[in-house]
Design a protein around this ligand. Structure first.
Ligand SMILES: [Zn+2]
Length: 489
C-alpha cells in the first residue's frame, strides 16, 4: 500500500491509482511456489487467505464479520466455509504383505510415499490402519464389514464405479481404502511435496491411494494380502472466504441506495500441487516436469489482485452510495463451494444484493476484444450492465466465445441461480497454460491489467454511485427458480 497523506484523503483529490506494480506484487505472492497452488483446505490456501485479509486491512477496507473476541483483527475478514482439509505433515507409511502363490512364502514390501504410492483423497485415520486387500467380489464377501478391506481393481475408473455399485457402496463409502491403479513404473513422477493435501469435504469417503510400479504389480497379483497404512501428526486445515466491506451512505435523492449491495468477487483457490496431475494426467506420455506447483497466476490470482486494487481505490474515495462487498472466495475449483457458502450466509440480505461483478482470469490481453487494456463480459445480452458501460464510453466488450459457456463457468453463476444479476469480466484467450503448472506470474501482463482495471473502475463507480441500476433483460436469467425473482431486480 502506498503512503496516504492527509491531502489524499480529500474527496476532491484523485484516488490512489491502480498500479501495475501493486497488481504484480499481489500476483507474485499468491502464485508463488511457496503457496503451493492454494488448494482449498491446504496450508497454502490458508496462507493465501491471510495475505488477502491483510491486504484488505492495509487498503482500509473494513472486516465484514465480527472480530473474534480473542482473535486478531484479521479474523473479521475470514468466514469458515466448513470445508476440512487434511494436509500431510508427515510422510504416510505403507507396508504390504502378500501371500501370492508365485512368491515363495510371505513377502513384505514397504511402499515409499511419492514413489510407490500417492495419497489422493479421503479422511485418513491417525495411527495405523490394517486392511485386507481384495480384488474380487468373492474376497470382498469374506471381509465384513468392508471398512476392514482395501479394494484394488485393475481397471478403469468406470470399472471401479461399476464394481462399487454392485457392492452397494456408491462413491466407495464403507471401504477402508481404495487402491487406484496408477502409472506402471515408479519414477514417472517426482515425490509429492509433504504438504500435499489429502482433502475431502466429506469425511465419510475412504482413503484413496494411487499405486504404481512394483507395488501396483504386487497388488494386482495379491490374494488375501494385507496392507498397513500409517499416518502420524495428522491435523485438519480449515478453508475461508475473505470478505471486506465499504458501507454505502446513499445519495440525497436516493437514501435507500445505502441498503443496496454490489458484491465484487474472485476466487483465490487453485488446484494445488503435482498430486492432481499425477492422479489424472492430461497426457500420460508427458515427461515428469520439475515444477510441481499449479501456480494459478491467471486463474485466478489475477482476478484477486484486481478485486484488491478495486477495493483499495474505493476505500480512498468518498463513501459510495451503495454498499460494496469484496468477497475473495475459496473452493471454486471444487465446485463453487465458497460462493455457495456465502450465498447461504450472506453478510447482507440477497434481496438487497443488486449485482455481482466477478473477475476471472484478467492477466493476459485477449485480441478478440481489442487486446491490452480491455476486458470482456460474459452473458452481455442478459443484463443492462455492459450496454450502460459502453454507452458511458467505458472500454469493455462482449465475450466472443459464447460456445465456451464462460457465463456458467465461474462464481457468478451461483449468484445467478439465486436470481442476482451477476457477470464475469475476463480477458482469457484460451491460452495453453490454463490449469497447468506453467500458469506462472511471469506470464502475466501487469500493464494490461492496470489499464483494464482503471477502465473497469469507471464502470464499477457507476454501480457504486447508483448511476447504473443493474437489471436482467427480458429472458436474461433462465437459471433461477421463478420464486428467486425478488432478489433479481
Ligand atoms: Zn478460475
Amino acid at each position: 500500500m502506498r503512503i496516504n497523506d492527509a491531502s489524499s484523503r480529500s474527496r476532491t483529490n484523485p484516488t490512489p491509482e491502480i498500479l501495475a506494480a501493486e497488481l504484480q506484487a499481489h500476483v507474485e505472492t499468491l502464485a508463488g511456489d511457496d503457496l503451493e497452488g492454494r488448494e482449498t483446505g491446504s496450508l497454502g490456501g490458508l496462507r493465501a487467505a491471510l495475505y488477502i485479509a491483510q491486504s484488505l486491512a492495509q487498503a482500509g477496507v473494513a472486516p465484514a464479520l465480527p472480530v473474534a473476541p480473542e482473535g486478531s483483527t484479521l479474523s473479521g475478514y475470514l468466514a469458515d466455509i466448513g470445508y476440512v482439509g487434511f494436509p500431510l505433515r508427515t510422510e504416510p507409511r505403507l507396508m504390504v504383505t502378500t501371500d501370492a502363490p508365485e512368491i515363495d512364502g510371505e513377502a513384505v514390501f514397504t511402499g515409499a510415499h511419492g514413489v510407490d504410492f500417492d495419497y489422493v483423497v479421503g479422511a485418513p485415520a491417525e495411527g495405523e490402519l490394517e486392511l485386507f486387500v481384495v480384488s474380487s467380489r468373492a474376497q470382498a464377501e469374506a471381509v465384513k464389514p468392508l471398512r476392514h478391506a482395501a479394494l484394488y481393481i485393475h481397471g478403469s475408473y468406470g470399472d471401479r464405479q461399476q464394481w462399487l455399485e454392485v457392492m452397494g457402496s456408491p462413491g466407495g463409502r464403507g471401504w477402508g481404502a481404495l487402491l487406484l491403479p496408477g502409472w506402471p513404473t515408479p519414477g514417472d513422477h517426482r515425490p509429492l511435496p509433504l504438504h500435499g493435501v489429502a482433502s475431502s469435504v466429506d469425511a465419510t469417503l475412504p482413503v484413496m491411494l494411487r499405486v504404481r510400479g512394483p507395488l501396483r504389480k504386487q497388488l494386482s497379483e495379491a490374494t488375501g494380502g494385507t496392507i498397513k497404512l500409517g499416518i502420524e501428526g495428522l491435523e485438519t486445515t480449515p478453508a475461508y472466504n475473505v470478505i471486506g466491506v465499504i458501507p454505502g451512505q446513499g445519495t440525497p435523492d436516493r437514501p435507500e441506495l445505502a441498503r443496496e449491495v454490489i458484491v465484487f468477487t474472485a476466487h483465490y483457490d487453485h488446484i494445488g500441487i503435482r498430486g492432481r496431475a499425477a492422479t489424472s494426467p492430461r497426457e500420460p506420455d508427458d515427461p515428469a516436469p520439475d515444477d510441481l506447483v499449479f501456480n494459478g497466476a491467471d486463474d485466478d490470482a489475477s482476478g484477486v489482485a484486481g478485486v484488491l486494487e478495486l477495493a483499495h481505490a474505493f476505500a480512498h474515495e468518498g463513501a459510495p452510495a451503495r454498499t460494496l462487498v469484496f468477497l475473495l472466495v475459496t473452493g471454486e475449483e471444487k465446485g463453487l463451494l465458497g460462493t455457495e457458502h456465502y450465498l447461504d450466509h450472506p453478510v447482507f440480505p440477497l434481496a438487497d444484493t443488486v449485482y455481482n461483478l466477478n473477475l476471472e482470469m484478467i492477466g493476459r490481453p485477449d485480441p478478440t476484444v481489442g487486446g491490452p487494456g480491455r476486458l470482456w463480459v460474459t452473458g452481455p445480452e442478459r443484463t443492462n450492465v455492459m450496454g450502460a458501460m459502453e454507452a458511458a464510453g467505458i472500454g469493455v466488450g462482449a465475450d466472443m466465445r459464447p460456445e465456451q459457456n464462460f457465463f456458467q463457468r465461474s462464481d457468478n453463476i451461483a449468484f445467478v441461480r439465486r436470481g442476482v444479476p451477476a457477470q464475469t469480466f475476463s480477458s482469457y484467450a484460451l491460452h495453453e497454460d490454463y490449469h497447468r503448472v506453467t500458469d506462472e506470474a511471469a506470464t502475466l501482463d501487469p500493464d494490461h491489467m492496470q489499464a483494464a482495471l482503471r477502465e473497469l473502475l469507471r464502470g464499477a463507480r457507476m454501480l457504486a454511485q447508483g448511476e447504473l441500476d443493474p437489471v436482467w433483460l427480458p429472458g436474461g436469467n433462465p437459471y433461477a427458480p421463478a420464486d428467486a425473482g425478488a432478489a433479481g431486480r
